[in-house]
Unconditional design. Structure first.
Length: 422
């Protein structure tokens, strides 16, 4: 249960941060955001404010910002649809109810024949099913439509649509989701540095000594430097940790610098087993740089280091060193969440930053349907001097969605295989 709660919170935060980036810059660019959803599937909760419907949906895997006129936005009322029109005091349509889940008692029943909710703003149809007289109703600029599932969204005249915004505004709106993930990760790393009390330093200097540990029992002190492990030089923390881990349950000799004097200590690392691997630990922590500036800088350096690792892996995939084991879907992420949860709050927070960086970078891959694919289309538009037709963009997006669905199925299948074979 604890893992499930952490998983939902982590996923929810990542989606909220990512989608809020798109939402904020769309609003600033004058683009109508019809819906801001956290989760997918059937609606659990909805409320409207300033032209946007905010929804929470049952499946806590993903979310979306529905921008009017974007490639993934549809608001079409088919001919023959039965609806109820609610008029304002000026006789204009302020609400079009096409849902059986919401009852409008003060409206006009109509069978829709034709609508134009972008340019001329009208609804045409047969009132009370009377096919002898075709009536036309003028629609208010900020009218709403209650869709089949009961979600109420605002109509989008052409001046409020995504494609009406300038190219730079559309580009920053597309980039804003990954950008928010990067900013979020940097802030989390900074918070983590303050929670830890400093930034780990890759030196051979010993930090905190764990109580009742092998290190404490042989008299190792904070500030001591581990110069050698069994005669092998250890110039930094990585080297010392690597050498010590090789000897679980076996006595080793540490060459230590203590108060400017060099001495040798006999010590037996404790056996520790994780993920079916056994290694040695003596109960020491890295030394920490507690400087305020170092804690702030850690946010940026940790982000840069992690980004570099991700780009390295992506590069290996491009050059043919691809393995599906390098990817993880929701099932794999749930498994990693379980491992992080068992290791405490600091690990959970680091894992949140780790996923945020991954989400931002993966979304920038130039695959149609991802933010990177949309940015690529923006760049092509800038070079051509005109946008790609909506029909062609829809086809390209559909292909991208198909590829992503196929990849998600393959990754999820592989995640289950890893669970049942380990």
């Amino acid at each position: 249960m604890k893992t499930i709660i952490v998983f939902i919170i982590v996923f929810g935060l990542l989606v909220l941060v990512h989608e809020y980036g798109h939402y904020y810059f769309a609003k600033k660019s004058g683009i109508l955001v019809r819906e801001f959803s956290i989760g997918m599937g059937p609606k659990l909760f909805a409320t409207r404010k300033n032209g946007t419907t905010y929804t929470i949906r049952w499946l806590p895997l993903g979310g979306y910002v529905r921008m009017a006129g974007s490639s993934d936005d549809e608001l079409e009322i088919e001919a023959g649809t039965m609806a109820t029109l609610v008029l304002d005091d000026n006789g204009k349509v302020k609400k079009i109810n096409t849902s059986n889940k919401v009852v409008s008692t003060d409206g006009i029943p109509i069978q829709i024949n034709k609508t134009d909710l972008e340019k001329e703003l009208y609804v045409e149809g047969y009132e009370n099913g009377d096919e002898q007289e075709l009536k036309r109703f003028e629609v208010w600029h900020d009218a709403t439509v209650i869709e089949k599932d009961g979600t109420e969204v605002q109509i989008a005249p052409i001046d409020r649509q995504f494609r009406s915004a300038s190219l730079p505004k559309r580009m920053i709106t597309n980039f804003a989701g990954p950008m928010n993930n990067f900013i979020f990760a940097i802030l989390i790393f900074i918070v983590l540095a303050f929670m830890r009390g400093g930034v780990p330093q890759n030196t051979n200097e010993v930090g905190q000594i764990m109580a009742d540990s092998p290190a404490a029992k042989v008299g190792l002190k904070t500030g001591d430097k581990i110069l050698k492990v069994n005669g092998q030089k250890t110039a930094d923390w990585t080297a010392a940790q690597t050498q010590i881990s090789k000897y679980p349950g076996k006595q080793i000799t540490l060459t230590v610098q203590h108060n400017q004097k060099t001495e040798q200590l006999k010590i037996t690392p404790k056996k520790v087993t994780q993920q079916k691997q056994t290694y040695g630990q003596i109960g020491i922590m890295q030394s920490m740089n507690t400087n305020f500036g170092a804690k702030i800088a850690y946010g940026f350096t940790a982000f840069a280091d992690l980004s570099g690792q991700i780009f390295y892996l992506l590069g290996r995939m491009v050059t043919g060193h691809f393995s599906i084991d390098q990817l993880a879907g929701p099932v794999g992420i749930y498994t990693m969440t379980s491992q992080a949860t068992s290791q405490g709050l600091n690990t959970i927070i680091y894992f949140l930053a780790y996923l945020s960086v991954n989400l931002g970078i993966i979304n920038l891959i130039p695959i149609p349907a991802l933010d990177g694919g949309k940015l690529l289309l923006n760049i092509i538009e800038g070079i051509r001097g005109k946008p790609i037709s909506q029909d062609k963009e829809a086809i390209v997006t559909l292909i991208g969605v198909g590829l992503l669905v196929f990849l998600m199925i393959a990754v999820t299948f592989n995640d289950f295989q890893r669970i049942f074979t380990h």
